[in-house]
Design a protein around this ligand. Sequence first.
Ligand SMILES: [Zn+2]
Length: 423
Amino acid sequence: MSKERVITQAPIQTRSDTVHKHERMFPLLVSESLNSLKEYETGVQRARVDVWNTVGRKIDLSYESSSLELTRREFVSELIDARYQIISSIYGINPGERVVIRDDDNEVVNIAKQHVGRLIDRGVFQQFTERFSSCPQCDRVIAPTAAGLCSCPDCSNGLVTVERSGLFMTMSPETKAWILSETNLNNPKARQVLSSALHNMPLIIQVSKQRAYGITLEEFGVDPRFVLDPKITLAFLPSILREMGQGELDTVILGTDSVPNFVPYAAYFDQNTQIKYISIGLIPPYSDTEIAKYEAGFYYPFLALVMTSTNGNLAAEQYNALFREYTRTIRKFDSCLTAFSIIEPQGEVVTSNQLRASLSGIIQLFSQYKTRDGVLALREFVYENLSKQYVEQCKLYNQQPEPVLLEQLNKLFNLVYGFDRTT
Ligand SMILES: [Zn+2]
């Protein structure tokens, strides 16, 4: 198994409403599709690594309102299991073969704390006492008073000012400009989102937050009610993977909305790792009903791959047009294979270097993340070359097509359209 270069999605938030919001799993489906295509291209198995974000206000609230008699860790385990059950039952992705890393694992906590210590030594992080707006009703510190909040976002009550020792960071304009110029992002929309996020960042960024659960920072002189902001922990992803022996981070798939929460910090903390970011826009929300109406193969791998070369969100009409394209191409592929199967396997086997080169060219496109070009080339292959010329030639001279070509085509079609004629 290759553990050298890792394609993964940005850390996934654990939420309770997953079952009805399948689109939230899209980055995982994208990385799965790209890993499978890379595996096919190289013939080397690749590790599937998932990193889960277990710390956050939304999870605190769902845990508090749950009636289950579970520890916080067990509660999150159930949320993670629910997602893996979905990807297994609907998309046929085996959860047992995946490496599961959580930001509340002891090893991750230790790595994060070591990084915090180093960043304090480098002067990137500073610990000091600051004035915060706090809600007496919720007993919670919300934000530094400089943010100018007037009421509690949860209960709308008035706020009071308290003093707390927190952890903070600053990012100079030069660093922001460097991050923007060095970041390898796949589309202009994501670049625009990154640029405005960097521009709007406050001068002093709070990296400790009051949460019910998370990595405490008392050893660095921080108030014990604060924990490390989970986006900071998760931005240590390249080191987490490296230090846990999972390989070098190569490519991160993330929703465009997550770009501001991940890219600036990951780039700032680890300036030596060159990461490719594939940002994907939103697709219309879908639940189990839509999956039954369409086909699981449309969402994964087809739409997952198409979204990696789409700039911005997918409108409903584009979505419907892609579904029509998907079903037509599958029908064409099916009739193309039927044409093959009626040829009597008696004549001489005809090899075609041209067709072989064409198929490997298509795999190359996917491997360079030119996924839309790859989908179009595969469609053209099914519509033109194979069905017309090769089959006609075989029939004309009473020859039979090369089995390996058929195997390759079938495999590639399965990796892109989730459609396997052999089963
Ligand atoms: Zn409140």
